[in-house]
Every structure is written in structure tokens, then in C-alpha cells.
Design a binder for this molecule. Structure first.
Ligand code: URA
Length: 304
């Protein structure tokens, strides 16, 4: 999947004062051991030890890693086009305009060749993922599914959703967890750096939830939640809170937190007198689950 990086909502390094882990060597940063990312609680999938495909074994998964192109590099405008930034012609204009940076250096000449698997490419200062080996999946985890790559008890788990990819050799893991009862956005990737930036508390990545709760939530509850509520393992503050619907003894609320503690939304809302009946994560940073207002209302009605 080609995409400009940091459309995913992670803060761009060039624009953040947060500590930089591993400087511009994303695949070497803390959290990798023996080449296996261990940035989430995900257990490795049982079937991940698939032999690495050699050139000539059939269709390569990455057209940039075999043949002459890998040895010589790929023209920058082609890399940008393949990453979905722009057409080659527009990419050439971007390069000529001095908008494109490779490994910290603005490149204005057209012939520059880069190795997409190692080059750090930015357009207008925003990092672009040009490494085709990276996989970023936004799953809509169903209620009742485990946030694990495999389940010893045979319960449905996110590993089942990506089983074909894992069997094909992708070393995937999930970024954080959702409770089995919680639905919604769960990222699955093989990108250890991305996982680190989404999960490490120092980056304070906001996560947005829709919660259907018991009771008619008064709007003033937002102040209480934003000011902080004491839980048994310490205080928690909502970054944002809004009441979307409140009628007939139930409410639908939106809450944004940058916390990652277990059951944090359920515990917080129960503590203020509104136990959660249904919880859906809709955003991690700016990565969004496509859930329309109509769908939300339909869901709301369905829970009543
Ligand atoms: N908070 C919860 O209570 N459950 C989740 O799955 C995520 C956040």
C-alpha cells in the first residue's frame, strides 16, 4: 500500500519537539529485537516464520527490491509517484520547486536516484512512506474479537483477519489493544517505528471513542472529565468530551483521551455514574474509522 507517511496521524519528526528515538534510522529504533518488533503486546502469530522470498521465486512483493533498480536506486519522481504523492510530472515540478527532501537534503535535480527501502523522503517537510515493505492496516475490530494475533482458546482474534498476509510472510502485529467487548479502529502493521510513535506515552497520541452509556449525561460532565477523575490506579483526564445524544435514560458521548491504561474509558465513565454499554474506537491520532453520522445513529438505535 503506497501512501504519504504521517497521513496516519503520527507527529512528523521534523515538526515535533518530542524525543527522537533512533534518529533517522526508523527500523533500528528501540523496541526491535532480533528484527522482531515488540512494541505492542501482540504475541507473534503462529505462522510468521514463512521463508523469505528470493528473487526469481515468483512475483516479488516489492518491485523496488529486485533487479537493477535496487542496485542503482529509483528515480525520485518515480518513487514519489509510486508512493501516491503525485503523478511523475507533478512530482518533477515539486522537486524543481525545492519541496522534496531526501535524507535531510533538498533535492532539486531531476535525475536523483534513491533506494526507497532506506531513504527518508519528505515533501514540504512531511515524511512520505516510500518503503513498499511496510504494511499499515486499519482494522475495524468487531465486538467479541480478541486483540491478539492468535488465541490459544480458539476465540476469534485479529490474527484471523490478517491470516492470509501472515501466511504470506508479513510480520504483522497490532498496535495496542482494544478490550474484546470494544469495537473499532485497531491498527495492524509491521512498522515498529510507527507503532512506537503511536503507543509511547511521550507522544500523547489522542484516541477517540464513541460510547453508549447508561443514564442521560449532563453536558457539565465534560468539565469534570476534563479536570480529571481519580481512579484506583491514578487520575485520568479527558482531552475532549461531548454529549451527542441523551434521551430515554441513555446517552451517546464522544470522548478523546491520550491514555492507554486498561479499560480506561469504561472505568472512567463508570466512575462518574455512566457505565458503558457499547464502546467504539473511531480514531487513533488522525487515522479514522469510516463511520458516518447515520451509521452512528443507527448503532445508537440498535443499542436501545
Ligand atoms: N478503554 C476501554 O475501556 N476499552 C478499550 O478497549 C479501550 C479503551
Amino acid at each position: 500500500m503506497n501512501r504519504p507517511a504521517r497521513r496516519d496521524g503520527t507527529p512528523d519528526r521534523s515538526r515535533t519537539s518530542k524525543p527522537r528515538k533512533g534518529a533517522e534510522q526508523p527500523r533500528k529504533q528501540a523496541g526491535r529485537q532480533g528484527g522482531v518488533p515488540r512494541l505492542s503486546n501482540a504475541k507473534p502469530a503462529r505462522t510468521q516464520n514463512v521463508p523469505v522470498r528470493e528473487p526469481g521465486d515468483g512475483a516479488p512483493s516489492n518491485p523496488w527490491t529486485v533487479g537493477d533498480a535496487a542496485a542503482e536506486g529509483v528515480r525520485l519522481q518515480k518513487v514519489l509517484a509510486q508512493a501516491g504523492v503525485a503523478s511523475r510530472r507533478v512530482a518533477e515540478e515539486m522537486i524543481a520547486d525545492g519541496r522534496v527532501e531526501v535524507d535531510g537534503e533538498i533535492v532539486t535535480e531531476q535525475g536523483r536516484r534513491v533506494d526507497p527501502n532506506v531513504a527518508v523522503v519528505r515533501v514540504d517537510g512531511v515524511r512520505v512512506v516510500v518503503n513498499e515493505n511496510l504494511v499499515h492496516l486499519a482494522l475495524n475490530k468487531p465486538r467479541g474479537w480478541q486483540s491478539t494475533m492468535s488465541d490459544d482458546m480458539g476465540r476469534p482474534c485479529v490474527g484471523d483477519i490478517v491470516a492470509e498476509r501472515v501466511a504470506a510472510g508479513q510480520r504483522l502485529f497490532h498496535v495496542g489493544r482494544l478490550d474484546a467487548d470494544t469495537e473499532g479502529l485497531l491498527l495492524v502493521t509491521n512498522d515498529g517505528e510507527l507503532a512506537h510513535r503511536l503507543m509511547h506515552p511521550s507522544y500523547e497520541v489522542p484516541k477517540t471513542y464513541l460510547a453508549w452509556v447508561q443514564g442521560e449525561v449532563p453536558r457539565r460532565l465534560g468539565n469534570t472529565l476534563r479536570n480529571g477523575v481519580e481512579l484506583e490506579d491514578g487520575p485520568v483526564k479527558a482531552d475532549k468530551f461531548s454529549v451527542l445524544e441523551a434521551s430515554e435514560g441513555r446517552s451517546m458521548v464522544r470522548i478523546v483521551l491520550h491514555e492507554g491504561r486498561k479499560h480506561i474509558v469504561r472505568r472512567l465513565l463508570a466512575e462518574v455514574g455512566h457505565p458503558v454499554e457499547r464502546l467504539v474506537r473511531t480514531h487513533v491520532g488522525s487515522v479514522a474509522l469510516a463511520i458516518s453520522v447515520r451509521a452512528r445513529c443507527a448503532c445508537s438505535a440498535a443499542t436501545k
